[in-house]
Design a protein around this ligand. Structure first.
Ligand SMILES: [Zn+2]
Length: 127
């Protein structure tokens, strides 16, 4: 039992324990397209440095696809923000695109998007 903690506090503590650098999280937002997804870059107490994962519908530049996209394909980005840990809603499962995408409902990505320039690039080396 989580003695002395409410159920909400216990759930939050459990969630926070799962947040890892290099992992992905869902971040609450107020619009109707569902939570944002971000990659955790650094953690400093309650302040989390993230890079955002873009959905294809959020790209403001031309269609980058040279092959048909996966149903759950995202774009890693160079867009950095600092968020409070309290805005993290859940852990997200995001993997580099591979031949298991067809059998999985996880999110995948294979291109890096720079929203400042509109450039697309190859994945950064894995950590
Ligand atoms: Zn894929």
């Amino acid at each position: 039992m989580f003695h002395g903690l409410s159920r909400d506090q216990a759930a939050r503590k459990h969630l926070h324990a799962q947040i890892q650098i290099g992992g992905h999280v869902y971040v609450r937002n107020s619009n109707k397209c569902g939570p944002w997804i971000a990659r955790v870059e650094k953690m400093n107490g309650d302040e989390i440095e993230v890079t955002w994962m873009y959905k294809p519908s959020e790209l403001v530049h031309s269609n980058p696809f040279t092959t048909p996209p996966c149903p759950n394909e995202l774009f890693a980005s160079t867009h950095v923000d600092f968020i409070d840990i309290s805005t993290i809603h859940d852990i997200a499962t995001v993997a580099l695109h591979d031949n298991q995408c067809d059998e999985s409902d996880r999110w995948c990505w294979r291109q890096l998007y720079n929203p400042a320039t509109g450039d697309f690039g190859e994945p950064a080396p894995a950590d």
